[in-house]
Design a protein around this ligand. Structure first.
Ligand SMILES: Cc1ncc(COP(=O)(O)O)c(C=O)c1O
Length: 438
């Protein structure tokens, strides 16, 4: 079995290991369901971005910043690890900004995205003196300017444009088409109108243009199209006397969930973006470059371990029932997403059977994998669901009154609990019973 993209996983004598730790033993010691995050894999994924894009700084003398998209996985140990490596933050809520500050991310490496920033969140961002609010509407621009005025401050703003580029990904994670809710439309002139308005405002400072066309992109050409649309717009702005310091091209690079799919690497992405940016070097002073990857930094570093409690045969299928569920990892139920699944003890690689792997929630969509050809699995075995480091725990919830799982970090220094399992008391800690019902 190949574990493409999951360099921390090895199989020795049929035993699956994560960063050298026996996965079955980890499950026994820390309980299931269990998220395992690999430090070594996160470091590798981040370093690949830095290495691939250093050429941009060498060629232009401008900054290159990776702003990790916190929505992918905002566990404090993960955000601190990335911050220590020099990574910035793309936040979309007051909660994520709070996390970025607790992770010691310098203010000049924090950008604030999202299409419905509240006044309280804007105040937080201005107080933190962030690098930019990525403005999503004229209404938001007006609120940022008014809020900054009340605070006697000037807020840095970049403008999220909607370039109408097809990212060729799942419709639910496509964001840069005209029909999507995000960004300021370029073709109709709304984006230009917003920026001209900002030019006349006293409490905002125009710093950049931002764009994010979607997630899990497996083709490089939409990135090239996106870069061209953004840079063409930056040229238009220059004609209006508006200089752009930062260009932020968002996140979106896919990962090989299906190990038979070839995925562009960080190097492929860098070549595409840098070559396209360089086409503009005689037209404008090239800007600093910001990217906001989430999935491609952390997805491959995460494994969800579940214990098999029951095996059931029906007239049409064999079901493997594990104690992880769709509340712990929603992607298959939500997007029909494919995740590689393997038992952690591989008894005989050549003797396989076709099975369905399901969680224990009362929903027919609570299925992690259908018709999977896997080595024989027995009750009490541990099953690993791969590539769950992004949009796994961050989308987890308490449906069916299930506590969210414990999470551990495997590192060279040892194994660390980085998130505690929620208890039954935790689940009820925010519920309030009116006096008359006591
Ligand atoms: C504005 C923005 N930036 C960055 C990202 C991260 O995308 P990805 O995890 O695909 O890299 C997202 C994800 O939805 C996003 O909405």
């Amino acid at each position: 079995m190949k574990f493409l993209g999951n360099e921390m996983i090895t199989v020795e004598d049929g035993i699956l290991k994560i960063d050298g730790y026996n996965a079955t033993e980890l499950a026994k010691e820390y309980g299931t369901p269990l998220y395992v995050m690999s430090e070594s894999q996160i470091v590798k994924n981040f370093t690949r971005y830095v290495e691939a894009f250093k050429e941009y700084t060498e060629k232009t003398g401008k900054e290159f910043i990776v702003g990790y998209a916190y929505k992918a996985n905002s566990n404090l140990a993960i955000t601190r690890l990335l911050s220590k490596l020099g990574c910035g933050a793309d936040v979309v809520s007051g909660g994520e900004l709070y996390t970025a500050k607790l992770s010691n991310v310098p203010s000049e490496k924090i950008v604030f995205n999202g299409n419905c920033k509240t006044k309280d969140e804007i105040i937080m961002g201005i107080e933190a003196n962030i690098r930019s609010f990525n403005v999503d509407s004229i209404s938001e621009l007006i609120l940022i300017n008014e809020t900054a005025k009340e605070m006697g401050k000037v807020a840095n703003v970049a403008f999220r444009i909607n370039p109408n580029v097809n990212p060729k990904t799942h419709p639910k994670i496509s964001t840069g088409l005209k029909k999507n809710k995000f960004g300021l439309d370029v073709e109709s002139g709304i984006a230009m109108k917003a920026i001209k308005m900002a030019k006349d405002m006293e409490n905002v400072n125009i710093v950049g243009v931002h764009c994010h066309i979607g997630s899990q992109l497996t083709d490089i050409t939409p990135f090239i199209e996106e870069t061209r649309k953004v840079m063409d717009f930056v040229v238009e702005l220059k004609k209006e006397g508006i200089k752009i310091k930062d260009v932020n091209l968002g996140g979106g690079l896919g990962i090989p969930y299906d190990k038979n799919t070839e995925i562009p690497t960080q190097k492929d992405l860098a070549n595409a973006i840098i070559n396209t940016m360089m086409e503009y070097k005689d037209k404008i002073e090239l800007p600093n470059l910001i990217l906001e990857p989430g999935r491609s930094l952390v997805a491959t570093a995460g494994v969800l371990l579940g214990k098999v409690h029951h095996i059931k045969e029906t007239p049409v299928a064999k079901w493997i029932m594990v104690d992880a569920g769709m509340n712990d990892m929603m992607r298959p139920a939500m997007y029909d997403a494919y995740h590689e699944i393997t038992p952690c003890i591989i008894r005989n690689e050549n003797k396989k059977e076709v099975v369905n792997i399901a969680g224990g929630l009362c929903e027919s969509s609570d299925v992690f994998g259908k018709d999977r050809e896997l080595p024989k699995i027995e009750v009490n075995d541990i099953v690993a669901i791969l590539d769950v480091g992004a949009y796994g725990i961050s989308m987890a919830n308490n449906y069916n009154a299930r506590g969210r799982p414990r999470m551990i970090l495997t590192s060279e220094k040892g194994v660390y609990i980085i998130r505690e399992r929620e208890t039954y008391a935790d689940l009820l800690s925010k519920d309030i019973v009116p006096n008359y019902l006591l």
